[in-house]
Write a protein that binds this ligand. Structure first.
Ligand SMILES: Nc1nc2c(c(=O)[nH]1)N[C@H]1C(S)=C(S)[C@@H](COP(=O)(O)OP(=O)(O)OC[C@H]3O[C@@H](n4cnc5c(=O)[nH]c(N)nc54)[C@H](O)[C@@H]3O)O[C@H]1N2
Ligand SMILES: Nc1nc2c(c(=O)[nH]1)N[C@H]1C(S)=C(S)[C@@H](COP(=O)(O)OP(=O)(O)OC[C@H]3O[C@@H](n4cnc5c(=O)[nH]c(N)nc54)[C@H](O)[C@@H]3O)O[C@H]1N2
Ligand SMILES: [Mo]
Length: 786
């Protein structure tokens, strides 16, 4: 626990940005390398502490027994890792439990709370303190006269939104954001509402997350998704895990890694940091191992490239493979390459042209180690490459994911058991959101089907993504912002600029479960619309409803809440959307209310619009749901050539200029995106500290920095503008020279709005160009923000 649960005055940084949580005064920060296995008793202890703090030690475990069940349970909102197909019903993790308990808290934010605190006062609270107030209970509207949120009826709230939307000169002056929690049925209604209004302005958290993966795989394989499932994970001979902190962010992957190790598969982790999942683990539901405190290794080889060095490393592995093919006829799957791919010769040529010197320099990995990784790959019959944000949130994220695919194609690691690309998606339904229509660049085929089935005339012009929405709000081109979940103000890059954009809106609307920063950084008019969480019963006219979600491996299944709603005034997300739509589109022929009475009706329409959703209502009720057809898995490539496409991009220059560092922003173990549970980061050995920067010891020595010395961090954007954070503490860490790391969302202050990838439009959140200097060197004129 930390003192940030004590509301305290903000410390306005030069950019006027409130810090999130910092070291607890009176509680000195700690740093001691973590030497225990991941998960195991450390996780069990942490869960117990958390349940006690939240007062949920009775209901918490009961809910957890219901989570991720084959039928009747709700889908864990913690991450998008799939449920075990072999009927193992209790593949739980510490962070999933924390996430669920956080939603189920007994604490409430009611009208008395809002009457007692002005918005200006709340803006001075830490983000932890805001969410820690508990669940929102009724719709609230901002009253500028008193600077308080006050209650408003649902009807009046809908009418306010409807009126404002109807008053816009152009529907493209509104933007509809989605955070990846939203169930499929609500997602479908949401995009239908936006398109019936006449806009494709559907920014989503994917724009900051896996956009690069989707674009790369679409171009290479004709599908935006991974092609493997858990069964494949269980039969792979080699697993390559790039740029993911699995023990914290996809903890159930530990089960797959431990299982792989036990059956003799090899596991290569590629990460500038050696994260906990790259060492060893004790799986909590493995009772024998728990009792004996017996850890299983989860890594055969750890490779630490520089930040952004993955593409060069992958290129090196491919080059090594092509070189060994001269003497080893089995190194390449030539038959597969001939039959199923196009562009191989160009790719071979680019690999030959790329020198080992360049590969070593750009990856930061010695050739001998690249050869070892290549050997693991060459010796495996079946390989899976898995990745997350360490690969995507870069300028060249698309090229890097394509290089992953290139490498897989060379050995025919596609379309057969135990092999293929496997991106680890983020939010529990972010993949389902895209499948069900949240896309600012929808295909014509999708729009045609939608228009035909739903009797609307959808707009064809592409809409705004996250970055473009922020820019448009600042220009005054977007006047209404609707956030369907999430915490846009903090999750988005360039905090000061994003705040200014939201404040420049005529109306901001947030559909949320908990109070967060985005409610306080608001437009001239503002609404907070509280909704049911995934753990709660959703009762509609047609009885109790279930919603469907899609996991990282394209399995679609139902989720059913079992808790009594946090307040009788909450509406489900589909009901909120239907209310908004009816108010905004009074002449709509869409049967909004009828849909909400029984979600089977929404699913019937979805079955007609969405590819792979035929017979949706029946198939989603099968014990584990159903898997969306994956043409690439069947070696059917919906690409222009009808084949899997190699790409032959040159290596980008990712080496930091002298005196600068490449800084990656990431999550701690004790947070869920913008929700911070505590100031600890157990697996990295940190206690009571979030305002830190991990640095290589030599980089620290060069700057005459010792452990916990305060520093100023200044990022220089592409346009030359600078943004700074002051008083962060330097922490020596096993990270390559020239690299640094720290926590999101606080470090979004440093991430310029213009610094997004030209390949994916994703903000480059893992590759900020910074200087770090002792805080004493602070110069007065530093850092005007964007
Ligand atoms: N408990 C918990 N679970 C979560 C979340 C959460 O916040 N908390 N968030 C969810 C969401 S939305 C997402 S998208 C995922 C995010 O899951 P992750 O991708 O694990 O998220 P990050 O914490 O950003 O960590 C990125 C990892 O990339 C590494 N990295 C940084 N730069 C590079 C690089 O250049 N190359 C390589 N190879 N690695 C690099 C970092 O060291 C770190 O290990 O997790 C999901 N699950
Ligand atoms: N610098 C930096 N910034 C990043 C990242 C990074 O790695 N570095 N990662 C990016 C990534 S991968 C992502 S996905 C985004 C995340 O961005 P978002 O999805 O916008 O943020 P979250 O923190 O997940 O949203 C938390 C809020 O969601 C609401 N909520 C929770 N459950 C529900 C629910 O069931 N329904 C509704 N309606 N609301 C609910 C609660 O009010 C809570 O406050 O952040 C991005 N930002
Ligand atoms: Mo994400």
């Amino acid at each position: 626990m930390n003192s940030s649960d004590q509301p305290g005055p903000m410390d306005p940084s030069p950019a006027g940005i409130e810090p999130s949580v910092g070291a607890a005064p009176g509680k000195p920060p700690g740093f001691k390398p973590y030497r225990h296995p991941a998960a195991g008793w450390g996780a069990a202890k942490s869960v117990t502490k958390f349940l006690v703090r939240e007062g949920e030690y009775l209901d918490g475990p009961r809910a957890i027994m219901k989570m991720n069940h084959e039928d009747g349970g709700f889908d864990c909102p913690g991450c998008a890792w799939p449920d075990d197909v072999k009927g193992l019903k209790l593949d739980l993790c510490e962070n999933g439990i924390k996430h669920v308990t956080w939603e189920m808290t007994r604490k409430r934010v009611d009208r008395a709370f809002f009457a007692a605190h002005t918005v200006t006062e709340l803006a001075g609270w830490s983000d932890f303190a805001l969410e820690d107030q508990g669940r929102l209970t009724e719709p609230m509207v901002y009253d500028p006269a008193t600077d308080h949120y006050r209650p408003i009826s649902w009807q009046d709230a809908f009418e306010l939104v409807g009126r404002t939307l109807r008053g816009l000169s152009d529907p493209n002056r509104a933007a509809f954001y989605t955070s990846g929690r939203l169930g499929n049925e609500a997602t479908f209604l949401y995009q239908l509402m936006a398109r019936e209004l006449g806009t494709n302005n559907l920014p989503d958290c994917s724009n900051m997350c896996h956009e690069a993966s989707g674009r790369a795989m679409q171009a290479a394989l004709g599908t935006g998704k991974g092609t493997v499932d858990l069964k494949d994970w269980e039969s792979a001979d080699a697993l390559f895990i790039l740029g993911v902190n699995a023990a914290s962010n996809a903890p159930r992957m530990l089960t797959a890694l431990a299982g792989a190790h036990k059956r003799g598969a090899r596991i290569v982790h590629v990460n500038p940091l050696v994260e906990a999942a790259a060492r060893r683990t004790i799986i909590p539901h493995d009772f024998v191992d728990m009792a004996l405190n017996k850890a299983t290794a989860t890594s055969s080889l750890n490779v630490q490239p520089r930040i952004g060095g993955d593409m060069a490393l992958l290129r090196g592995m491919a080059k090594a493979l092509l070189e060994s093919a001269r003497t080893d006829p089995k190194a390449l799957d030539t038959l597969f390459v001939e039959r199923h791919t196009s562009g191989f010769e160009e790719y071979r040529a680019v690999c030959e042209r790329t020198s080992w010197e360049e590969i070593e320099h750009q990856s930061g990995v010695p050739r001998a180690q690249i050869l070892r990784a290549a050997q693991v790959y060459r010796e495996a019959d079946r390989s899976i490459v898995s990745w997350c944000l360490g690969v995507t949130q870069h300028e060249h994220g698309v090229d890097t994911v394509r290089e992953i695919v290139n490498l897989l194609l060379l050995r025919g690691n596609l379309g057969r058991e135990g092999a293929g690309p496997s991106p680890v998606r983020g939010h529990s339904n972010v993949q389902g959101n895209r499948t069900c229509g949240i896309d600012h660049r929808p295909t014509e085929a999708f729009l045609d089907r939608l228009g035909e089935v739903c009797g609307i005339d959808p707009p064809t012009a592409h809409g705004l993504d996250t970055v473009a929405t922020i820019e448009a709000m600042n220009r005054g081109d977007v006047e209404v912002f609707v956030g369907m979940g999430g915490n846009f103000a903090l999750a988005a890059p360039d905090t000061a600029y994003t705040y200014a954009g939201l404040r420049n809106c005529e109306l901001t609307v947030h559909v949320s479960t908990k109070l967060n920063r985005s409610h306080l950084v608001h437009g001239r008019q503002a609404l907070i619309l509280p909704c049911l969480g995934r753990t709660e019963k959703d009762h509609q006219r047609g009885g109790e409803q279930q919603t469907s979600v899609e996991d990282s491996m394209s399995m679609v299944h139902l989720s059913k809440g079992m808790k009594r709603p946090a307040s009788p005034h909450l509406l489900s997300e589909p009901a909120v959307i239907a209310g908004l739509a009816r108010a905004a589109l009074p002449d709509s022929a869409t049967p909004w209310q009828w849909y909400v009475e029984d979600y089977d009706r929404i699913r019937d329409t979805m079955a007609e619009v969405l590819d792979g959703f035929e017979d949706f209502n029946r198939r989603v009720r099968l014990p584990l749901g159903f898997r969306i057809r994956q043409p690439a898995r069947e070696l059917v490539f919906l690409t222009p050539s009808g084949k899997a496409e190699f790409s032959a991009a040159p290596l980008p220059d990712v080496v930091p200029a002298p005196g600068t560092l490449a800084l990656g922003t990431m999550r701690s173990h004790d947070q869920w995106n913008t929700t911070i549970y505590s100031d600890d980061d157990r697996y990295r050995g940190v206690t009571n500290l979030r305002t830190l920067v991990f640095m290589n010891r030599q980089d620290m020595r060069e700057r005459r920095l010792g452990e916990f010395d305060p520093v100023d961090i200044t990022a220089t954007a592409r346009d030359g503008s600078t943004r700074s954070l002051h008083g962060y503490l330097a922490v020596p860490y096993d990270i390559p020279r020239g690299c640094a790391a720290g926590y999101m969302p606080e470090m979004n202050v440093l991430c310029a709005i213009g610094d997004y990838s030209t390949q994916s439009d994703q903000p480059i959140m893992k590759h900020l160009k910074v200087t770090v200097v002792p805080a004493a060197d602070r110069r007065e004129e530093s850092a005007p923000a964007g």
